[in-house]
Design a protein around this ligand. Structure first.
Ligand code: ACO
Length: 436
C-alpha cells in the first residue's frame, strides 16, 4: 500500500493511488530531512513515530551531534576545544549570539550578568515559602516561572532588547535561586551575592560555602565551569524540545525554560545523575558484588538499569563523559581523596564495555555517569545534581528558544495521533450500565 523511493532525484512516497513528492531539507552535516507537511492532505495518513526517534521538528544552527562517531559541537566548535579553552559564560554567549565574543563583548557580557545575580527580598521569600523537603528542581522550576512577576520589564517576546535582557536575567539569577534553594533545605541563611568573585566561583560560594568569607578552591571552580559548559546544549533533547514546544505557543522565555526544568527532572533525562549516585551507594552499602549488580541490570524483569549508561543519540562513548571522567580523577586527586564510589563506577564501566549485552546495544557511559562524583566532592548533596545540570543547560534552552522565535517557519507545536479508542457509541444512563 505504501512505498517510499529516495534513490532518484526527488524522493516520493506512494500511498494507494496517491503519490507525493518529498522535498529534501539539506543538512550541513548529518541527516537531511524529508519534508512531509502535505502527507496528510495528500494521502489522508500521518507519520507514526513514538518518542520522535526519526522526526526532525525544526532546523537548527546551534549544536551538531554525530552519535555514531561520538561528536558534539556547539556552533561548529568541538566540545573538547571548548572544554579546554573556553568558559561557561563565553560558551553561553556563543550559543545565544551565534559567535564567540570579542574581548570587549566578553567583558561587557560578564559585567552585565554579574550586575544581575542578586535576588530581591520578596523573591527570596518565595524560596523560603517552600517546605524544607521540597525538591530543589521543583523550587527552581517554580521560581523561574515566577521571574516575570518580579521583573515586569521583560515581557515582549518580539522585542530583541527585552529578549536579551531576559537572557541576562535568567543566566544571572537562576544560579542564585538554585543556591538559595539548597541553603533553604539546609536551614542556612541566604548570603548576598559576591559578584567580584566571578560567576562560577560565586555559585560555589553561595551553594556550599560555609561562611561569608569562604573562598572556593580554584580547581573546583574550574571543574564546575567545565561541567556547566559540557551541559550547555544538546540539540533537540527532551527538555529542549519542551522549551521549544511551550515557546511555540508564544509563552515567554521564563515560562518556557521553567517547563524545560520540569522535563529535565525526570530520571531518564537530567535526573539520571542523581540516580547514578544512588545506584553506586546502593552497591557499596548492600555489599552486592559489581558482577551481580550487572547481572541484575541485564535482566529485563528486574526493572533495573545501569544508570548513566545508554543514550538515545550516542551509540558510542559520549564525548562529554570522556572529559568528565578525566575531570573526576583530577578533582578527587587534588583533594587527596580516593573515592570508593569512583572505584565502583570504574569497575561497572570496565565490565559493561566488555559485556556483549552492552556492546550489542551500543550502550556507553553518558555524561551523567561521572558528574555526580565531582559534585559530591565539591560538597553538593545528591538532590542538587539535577539543578546543576539545569543551570548548565540554560544557555542551550535560551539559544534554542531565541532561534525558534526568529524562525519564520515556526508554528505552534501540535503533533497528530493515531486514535485507538472506541468508535462512536451512544451514551448509557447510569441505571442501565452493567456492573460487571
Ligand atoms: N541499562 C540496561 N539496559 C539498557 C540501558 C541501561 N542503562 N539503556 C538501554 N538499555 C537496553 C534496553 O533495555 C533496550 O534493550 P532491548 O533492545 O533488549 O529491549 C535497549 O538497551 C535500548 O534501550 P531503549 O530504552 O529502547 O533506548 P532509548 O534510546 O529509548 O533510551 C535512555 C535511552 C533513556 C537514555 C536509556 O539508555 C536509559 O534508560 N539509560 C539509563 C538512564 C540514563 O542514564 N539517562 C541519562 C540519559 S543522558 C541525559 O539525559 C543527559
Amino acid at each position: 500500500m505504501t512505498a517510499t523511493e529516495t534513490s532518484g532525484e526527488t524522493p516520493t512516497i506512494t500511498v494507494g493511488e496517491h503519490r507525493l513528492e518529498l522535498e529534501v531539507v539539506p543538512a550541513v552535516e548529518g541527516s537531511s530531512g524529508l519534508e512531509i507537511k502535505s502527507l496528510l492532505s495528500t494521502t489522508g495518513m500521518v507519520t507514526y513515530d513514538p518518542g520522535f526517534t526519526n522526526t526532525a521538528a525544526c532546523q537548527s544552527a546551534i549544536t551538531y551531534i554525530d552519535g555514531e562517531a561520538g561528536i558534539l559541537r556547539y556552533r561548529g566548535y568541538p566540545i573538547e576545544q571548548l572544554a579546554e579553552k573556553s568558559t561557561f559564560l563565553e560558551t553561553a554567549f556563543l550559543l545565544s549570539h551565534g559567535a564567540l565574543p570579542s574581548a570587549e563583548e566578553a567583558q561587557e557580557w560578564e559585567a552585565r550578568l554579574l550586575r544581575h545575580t542578586h535576588i530581591r527580598d520578596d523573591y527570596r521569600r518565595l524560596i523560603s515559602s517552600f517546605p524544607r523537603e521540597a525538591h530543589p528542581m521543583a523550587i527552581l522550576s517554580s521560581a523561574v516561572a515566577a521571574m516575570p512577576g518580579h521583573y515586569h520589564e521583560v515581557f515582549d517576546i518580539t522585542d530583541e532588547k527585552q529578549v536579551e535582557l531576559a537572557t541576562v536575567l535568567l543566566l544571572a539569577k537562576a544560579p542564585t535561586l538554585m543556591a538559595y534553594a539548597l541553603r533553604h533545605s539546609r536551614r542556612q541563611d541566604k548570603p548576598d551575592v559576591a559578584p567580584e568573585l566571578g560567576y562560577v566561583a560565586d555559585i560555589l560560594r553561595l551553594s556550599v560555602g560555609q561562611h561569608r568569607r569562604w573562598e572556593p578552591d580554584p580547581t573546583m571552580v574550574r571543574a564546575l565551569d567545565v561541567l556547566l559548559l559540557l551541559h550547555a546544549d544538546h540539540e533537540q533533547n527532551c527538555s529542549t524540545s519542551t522549551v521549544r514546544n511551550v515557546g511555540s505557543a508564544g509563552a515567554n522565555l521564563f515560562l518556557s525554560v521553567s517547563a524545560g526544568i520540569s522535563a529535565l527532572a525526570g530520571p531518564k533525562h537530567g535526573g539520571a545523575n542523581e540516580a547514578v549516585l544512588a545506584m553506586l551507594e546502593e552497591i557499596r552499602d548492600s555489599g552486592v558484588s559489581v558482577a551481580d549488580f550487572m547481572t541484575r541490570v541485564k535482566d529485563k524483569t528486574s526493572g533495573a538499569r545501569l544508570m548513566g549508561f545508554g543514550h538515545r543519540v550516542y551509540k558510542n562513548y559520549d564525548p562529554r563523559a570522556a572529559i568528565v571522567k578525566q575531570l573526576a580523577d583530577e578533582v578527587l586527586s587534588s583533594l587527596g581523596k580516593r573515592d570508593e564510589l569512583l572505584d565502583i563506577a570504574m569497575e561497572l564501566e570496565g565490565i559493561a564495555l566488555a559485556d556483549d549485552y552492552f556492546v550489542e546495544r551500543k550502550l556507553y557511559p553518558n555524561v551523567d555517569f561521572y558528574t555526580g562524583l565531582i559534585y559530591r566532592a565539591m560538597g553538593f548533596p545528591t538532590s542538587m545534581f539535577t539543578p546543576l545540570f539545569a543551570i548548565g543547560r540554560l544557555p542551550g534552552w535560551i539559544a534554542q528558544w531565541r532561534e525558534m522565535m526568529q524562525d519564520p517557519s515556526t508554528k505552534i507545536a501540535r503533533p497528530r495521533q493515531v486514535y485507538t479508542g472506541p468508535a462512536e457509541r451512544d451514551y448509557v444512563p447510569v441505571q442501565d450500565r452493567s456492573t460487571a
